[in-house]
Design a protein around this ligand. Structure first.
Ligand SMILES: Cc1cc2nc3c(=O)[nH]c(=O)nc-3n(C[C@H](O)[C@H](O)[C@H](O)COP(=O)(O)OP(=O)(O)OC[C@H]3O[C@@H](n4cnc5c(N)ncnc54)[C@H](O)[C@@H]3O)c2cc1C
Length: 376
């Protein structure tokens, strides 16, 4: 490709794509509308083995805490599924890392390609290439613009989307556990929401990260009281007790999926294209699958230097990734709806279903392989 690829958004995915392209000798410029300063946050992010392997491949190495076992329980019954990496023949189920640590390390790796406090304000078609005018007035020639600028991307806002407001808020905080979780994570589905406890890297000793998705009507009077009243109750289900050790951060929960991921010369990846309920910690992992697929298409075309082929490959990327992401989105919505049910018959069947699933090595192995990404 004659001109550099322009990447809008120096988030985890934009920086990763820049590095992955550079491994193939393809130059890119990453634009970040904000300054270099990254606001501190206690948020963590869970990567599946595929996402971690992509980061390893571009030499972005970090200390992760490991999840080898995951117990999913229904608070109101006996239903339980335990996923165990050793049973499923996989090294680890997942890796947990501080969001800010990961963002800093991907930005450090891509630092020579990032222009801070810059964004695209106009794109002109010049037939053989496109010209992007930046907020500083600078003009950059390019054949391809990657929109990795998140959920509120202005580059992708002309493309229609389907979206869903869950009427839920995710609260996340660090807590000290009375009993060490080791390398085990827990997820409890209940009338008080979906609560996940995961090992944290922040402090080694018994500090866990909690992500709790709660129906908005339960926290309309504020969430401190809700947590005071319910954390102990929920923790008893997993025979533990937790003491909050950080501020509590909140995120309104919604999902979306764009009707297509390409509007030439713009192609969408990650949250710019789609977002998902955090219950399975899949958001950025689906984004890594987008990124991997897109990098393959770009490098494939570059080697053949053909712009018609590039458009065709991008259309294929859009169709393939949109379909996969929609499937995961609908599956997660199905879980959310199933666990919102108050009908006792549905609850009985749900618990029965969980226990049946738990006895099927085949189903568990299939489920984990889907959630782990296309690693094998
Ligand atoms: C509570 C919660 C928990 C989550 N937990 C997990 C988890 O455990 N595992 C997981 O896989 N996912 C999780 N996610 C989802 C995950 O955080 C996102 O999918 C991921 O951060 C998206 O990355 P991105 O690079 O696409 O976008 P972003 O992280 O949003 O990055 C976009 C970047 O673009 C910049 N930008 C925006 N507009 C412009 C512009 N016009 N020009 C230039 N730059 C611009 C922004 O400043 C930012 O730096 C969670 C989400 C929530 C809300």
């Amino acid at each position: 490709m004659q001109h550099p690829v322009l990447i809008s958004g120096a988030g985890i995915l934009g920086c990763y794509i820049s590095q992955a392209l550079s491994l193939h000798g393809i130059q890119s410029i990453v634009l970040e509308k904000n300054s270099e300063q990254i606001a501190e946050s206690i948020r963590t992010i869970t990567l599946n083995p595929f996402s971690k392997s992509l980061l390893d491949n571009v030499d972005i190495k970090n200390d992760y805490s490991i999840i080898d076992k995951m117990e999913v329980t229904d608070f109101d019954g006996t239903g339980k599924i335990v996923f165990d990496s050793s049973e499923i023949d996989i090294d680890h189920l997942a890796y947990v890392i501080d969001f800010v640590t990961l963002l800093k390390s991907v930005r450090k790796k891509a630092e020579n390609s990032i222009l801070y406090q810059e964004e695209i304000i106009e794109i002109k078609d010049k037939k053989s290439h496109h010209e992007a005018t930046l907020s500083s007035g600078k003009i950059i020639k390019t054949n391809l613009i990657i929109s990795s600028d998140g959920k509120n991307s202005s580059l992708s806002n002309k493309i229609p989307k389907s979206d869903k407001d869950y009427s839920q808020t995710a609260l996340t905080f660090l807590a000290k556990a009375e009993n060490d979780l080791g390398e085990k994570a827990f997820q409890i589905f209940s009338d008080y929401g979906i609560c996940a406890f995961m090992p944290s890297t922040r402090e080694k000793e018994k500090v866990v990260t909690v992500v709790w998705s709660i129906p908005n009507d339960l926290i309309k009077d504020g969430y401190d009281e809700f947590i005071d009243n319910n954390l102990e109750k929920i923790s008893k289900k997993i025979k533990n007790n937790f003491h909050i050790k950080s501020e509590i951060q909140s995120f309104k929960l919604a999902s979306h999926n764009k009707s297509r991921y390409v509007e030439f010369p713009i192609v969408l990846v990650g949250d710019s294209a789609h977002s998902i309920h955090p219950l399975a910690g899949q958001g950025v992992n689906l984004g890594f699958e987008d990124a991997n697929s897109l990098v393959k298409k770009i490098t494939n075309t570059i080697n053949q230097s053909d712009s018609i082929k590039l458009k065709e490959d991008l259309e294929n990327y859009s169709n393939e990734r949109r379909f996969q992401n929609e499937l995961m989105l609908k599956t997660m919505d199905g879980f959310v709806a199933l666990f919102e049910q108050k009908n006792p018959y549905v609850r009985f069947l749900r618990n029965f279903g969980l226990n049946t699933f738990d006895h099927s090595k085949f189903l568990k192995s299939f489920f984990v392989k889907v959630a782990s990404g296309p690693i094998r």
